[in-house]
Design a protein around this ligand. Structure first.
Ligand SMILES: *Cc1c(COP(=O)(O)O)cnc(C)c1O
Length: 460
């Protein structure tokens, strides 16, 4: 065993991981990377098929981002944003406002997707206090939603497996059904399902809007739920209803932002301008932890006043607005415009779609969902009768394990195989990765034994 693997097993506690299982199996240790490939301590290369958990956009060791961080290191690595400004944070805020949906004019920094959403929730809550509507304290969240792992964001989450144990610690949102066409209990027709879910929201708001501060939603794709796509028109409809009943509309673009869906932000697909938008994951091109909560002048202005009015937003983190991370984010945005990244996505998305058509025909594939370069392939024991595999068969994990042996790193969500390649992946790389996935599904979905898996059936 390599020393790093020994040390890892001795000292590291991994996220979303059953450590008893982890330490009992051989584990890969990443030592380096190049382009869209990760390289382990044995020198074996793997495609980074989930973009290092949905963050990497332009590949690893991208010269422009490397250089931007090096240049910033020659100036200052970190200074606080509490009572001080710094150059990259100011410049990045200007650029984020320039590319964000209309009306989002202010940027509040933090460090992760969870903190960006946490900030949005607290800001929305305090906003109504300042507006003289202190009764508006509750949030609406969608079933199956995922907004992070801090206590506030778990409160507005809807994934029972992750959240159940913490229930006594959480505040209670009003959950509304999420339109998920494949699993829909209301209707198998996407448009009908979306409409019925919107009607349900309207019923809740008609009755309770005086108690509701805001609604938080993952636009177009409920990612951690297993890449569940909302039907066209649903997002815009929810936005309209939120406006009608005077609640804040919070778009959590942590997963969907920065080109993932084929446009810079998922909200653009339905011309939605939210009251708040949360960004993280891709914001630095997958280099460094950084997040931003964007909001409107209306909300920002509600926090203005003299000190005696006590309207300050009392929230902040040690590394908020970190100059190195902001410099990486600026380089990321420069790459988007210089390399015309968004324009170049169509052919990649189309190439994936062609391959996915073949995968959709496999015997144990129940549903294939794609939105841009976000893909979920749902495995089924019996696809015609929609009978899932038994939980303890860990079929999703086994397929990913097999893919890893074939040189592709992916992670399942339950029995949904997730494919989320870096945006920079070429058409032939995308095809190669999907060939591996197809092969791995053929090889493993039939048998699905727990034995050869190093992952928990429930791992994210
Ligand atoms: C990943 C994710 C988060 C949490 O981000 P972290 O950086 O892991 O804290 C929040 N919202 C959505 C939609 C996400 O996909």
């Amino acid at each position: 065993m390599f020393p790093a693997e020994l040390r890892d097993k001795q000292y590291v506690w991994h996220p979303f991981t059953q450590m008893q299982d982890w330490v009992s199996r051989p584990q890969k240790v990443i030592a380096a990377a190049s382009g869209i490939k990760l390289i382990d301590t044995e020198g074996i290369e793997y495609y980074d098929g989930v973009s290092s958990l949905w963050v990497n956009l332009h590949g690893h060791r991208k010269a422009e981002i490397d250089q931007a961080i090096i240049d910033q290191l020659g100036k200052v690595a970190h200074s606080t944003l509490l009572g001080l400004a710094n150059i990259p944070a100011a410049e990045l805020a200007e650029q984020l406002v320039a590319i964000a949906p209309h009306g989002l004019n202010k940027v509040f920094y933090s460090d992760d997707g969870s903190t960006a959403v946490e900030v949005a929730l607290k800001m929305a809550f305090q906003y109504w206090q300042h507006k003289g509507k202190p009764g508006k304290q509750k949030f609406i969240a969608l079933e199956q939603a995922y907004h992070g792992d801090t206590v506030g964001t778990v409160s507005v989450g809807g994934i029972d497996l992750f959240h159940r144990v913490f229930k006594p610690l959480l505040f209670t949102p009003v959950h509304i059904p999420a339109p998920s066409c494949y699993h829909c209990k209301l209707s198998s027709d996407p448009a009908t399902c979306g409409m019925q879910c919107a009607v349900r929201l309207e019923q809740v708001l008609a009755e309770h809007h005086q108690e509701i501060a805001g609604l938080v939603i993952e636009p177009l794709v409920q990612a951690a739920a297993g890449m569940i796509m909302s039907p066209p028109g649903y997002l815009a409809k929810v936005r309209d209803i939120s406006r009608k009943y005077d609640i804040l509309f919070i778009a959590d673009e942590v997963a969907t932002g920065f080109g993932r869906t084929g446009k810079m932000f998922a909200c653009e697909h339905e011309a939605v301008a939210p009251d708040m938008m949360t960004l993280s994951k891709g914001i630095t091109g997958g280099y460094m932890p950084l997040a931003a909560t964007l909001t409107t002048d209306e909300i920002y202005n509600a926090f203005l006043g003299d000190y005696a009015a006590k309207k300050t937003f009392y929230h902040g983190h040690s590394y908020t607005g970190n100059p190195l991370a902001c410099a990486a984010a600026l380089a990321n945005l420069r790459i988007f415009s210089e390399e015309k990244v968004i324009e170049g996505l169509h052919c990649r998305i189309d190439a994936a779609a062609v391959k996915l058509k073949a995968i959709a025909r496999l015997e144990h594939v129940g549903d294939v969902r794609q939105c841009g370069l976000i893909v979920g392939i749902e495995l089924m024991q019996d696809r015609s009768r929609k009978v899932p595999y038994r939980w303890d068969q860990a079929v999703g994990a086994n397929v990913c394990e097999q893919a890893r042996r074939l040189g592709l790193i992916i992670r399942p969500i339950g029995d949904v195989v997730i494919f989320m390649p870096p945006l920079a992946s070429t058409v032939s790389e995308i095809e190669a990765m999907l060939d591996i996935i197809e092969y791995a599904i053929r090889e493993t979905a039939e048998t699905g034994s727990r034995e050869c898996s190093s992952m928990q059936p429930t791992d994210l």
